[in-house]
Write a protein that binds this ligand. Structure first.
Ligand code: FCB
Length: 482
């Protein structure tokens, strides 16, 4: 493992009362995304994104909820930032809305950029490091009408938009993430049909996956040329794919296939400049190759500084039909299908683990294994790891005094931070954690029904209430220890 561990990193400072301290350079933050919190969906020049359009499709989102008002963060960002400062947060991961900044994918809208400029100023005033994501799934609808991510041209438009954002904010923002979870914005959105634009077309999904990777690489090149000192990266949603029976060859192969179509389809082009051979075999005949042009993989593998890992749960895979299958699909009425391009004959077994309100298994040890694997196989000392999302929805209850005693969420937070400490203790280069999410918000096809926040939002009054989990996080941050 030589060369894989950063030996120049300061060791965690032991605390007199608690051995579980975090290194002094470890950042504590929270994450949100533009469409999920901003509202003001048609204000100051913003026009439709694919999520505005998709939310109008009957049955696409539970109860037809949309992001028109959401948490009204567009108007309340100052008090939201003050609340973050009270919690002691060191960094805030947010995304910019392409349709606010370049409505319809057209010329720059200065009013749209101004909002983010004000947001960044208020973060800096409170000493909170802005961690900016350029794309968290809200493609301008006008670009979808020209083919969306299945159209190569969208990748070029994305790089232009990245340059515009940098021109306005690059004097104050150091960390730029190109994309959030391209697996979702390609496979879940163009193959599974659960997310906007809701297509169900395997070839379009593979094209989208490739074009998103290309968009990432093009944007990294542009931004690097503008300022070599920026911290540039991408956020991937990664999983731990385990065979149900590790002695069963079929199960082992099922785990390999899902690891390939979830993790390695994205990791290998970025860090190795190639699609994995076994994944290309699994996808043979589905059309991916048509979209790969000479030089694309060189662009995609342009070096980055940071990899964001979003981790919620792992998967247990088998080729033998199971009694209880894990389903994470939203209960929206519109029919959907498997988001994986080649999932035939694979079953997801529900294990004997606690479940969140999303029916996601709580599996913190998976995070330790995942981080170690990414460090050892892909990032080493060259690229810093950040857990850019991790969190849980539970059916919160408001107590008569208005408090939310969300003990399960506080525990979820602790066990995952502890899993990160286990990885750090093994020498894995993890430098930060962003809880998903600062506040309850629009959970895509689930609408407002699922609450992930450490802060409760009353959608009638827009009142914010710190849940017990927020107070627990505040305590952990203040002590820099669990
Ligand atoms: C992730 C998304 C984020 C949020 C969480 C629960 O996949 O990036 O926007 O919806 O899931």
């Amino acid at each position: 493992m030589t060369g894989l561990i950063d030996t120049t990193r300061p060791a965690p400072v032991p605390q007199p009362t608690d051995k579980r301290a975090f290194p002094s350079d470890f950042l504590f933050g929270v994450a949100t995304a533009a469409y999920q919190i901003e509202g003001a969906a048609h204000e100051d020049g913003r026009t439709d994104s694919i999520w505005d359009a998709f939310a109008r499709v009957p049955g696409a989102v539970v109860d037809g909820h949309d992001g028109e008002v959401a948490c009204d963060h567009y108007h309340r960002y100052e008090s939201d930032v003050a609340m973050m400062a009270d919690l002691g947060l060191q960094t805030y991961r947010f995304s910019t809305s392409w349709s606010r900044i370049r409505p319809d994918g057209g010329p720059v809208n200065p009013k749209g950029l101004d909002f983010y400029s004000r947001l960044v100023d208020s973060l800096l005033e409170k000493n909170i490091k802005p961690w900016l994501t350029l794309y968290h799934w809200d493609l301008p609808q006008a670009l979808e009408e020209k083919g969306g991510w299945a159209n190569r041209d969208t990748a070029l438009r994305f790089a232009e938009y990245a340059v515009d954002v940098h021109a306005a904010l690059g004097d104050r923002v150091q960390n730029f993430t190109t994309l959030n979870e391209p697996w979702c914005s390609s496979f879940l959105s163009y193959i599974g049909g659960e997310h906007a634009p809701g297509r169900q077309d395997t070839e379009a999904g593979l094209a989208a996956g490739h074009h998103l990777l290309l968009a990432h690489g093009l944007a990294v090149r542009e931004l690097r040329a503008l300022d070599p000192t920026l911290g540039l990266g991408i956020t991937l949603n990664l999983t731990v794919a385990d065979p149900v029976d590790p002695t069963d060859e079929g199960d082992v192969d099922a785990a390999r296939r899902i690891d390939g179509q979830f993790n390695r389809f994205f990791l290998d082009p970025i860090f190795r400049g190639e699609y994995p051979a076994d994944v290309l075999d699994d996808l043979a005949g589905l059309g991916l190759e048509k979209y790969i042009e000479p030089g694309d993989l060189d662009i995609i593998s342009t070096p980055i500084d940071a990899l964001g890992v979003n981790y919620y749960h792992g998967e247990a895979l088998t080729v033998h039909p199971v009694e209880l299958e894990m389903s994470t699909a939203a209960p929206s009425e519109r029919p959907k299908r498997s988001p994986f391009p080649a999932p035939e004959g694979i079953y997801w077994k529900l294990r004997d683990l606690p479940l969140t309100a999303m029916n996601w298994e709580v599996q913190p040890e998976g995070l330790t294994r995942l981080l170690r694997r990414i460090n050892d196989e892909y990032t080493g000392t060259a690229v810093k790891l950040y857990v850019t999302e991790n969190g849980a929805a539970f059916d919160d209850v408001v107590a008569p005094d208005g408090a939310v005693h969300d003990a399960e969420r506080a525990e979820f937070l602790r066990v995952h931070l502890s899993a990160i400490q286990d990885a750090i203790a093994e020498g894995v280069n993890v430098y930060g954690y962003f809880y998903w999410s600062l506040m309850d918000n629009y959970e895509w096809a689930w609408g407002y029904h699922k609450r992930f926040g450490i802060v409760r939002v009353d959608y009638e009054t827009q009142q914010r209430t710190l849940k017990d989990s927020a107070l627990e996080y505040q305590r952990i941050i203040a002590n820099r220890a669990l």
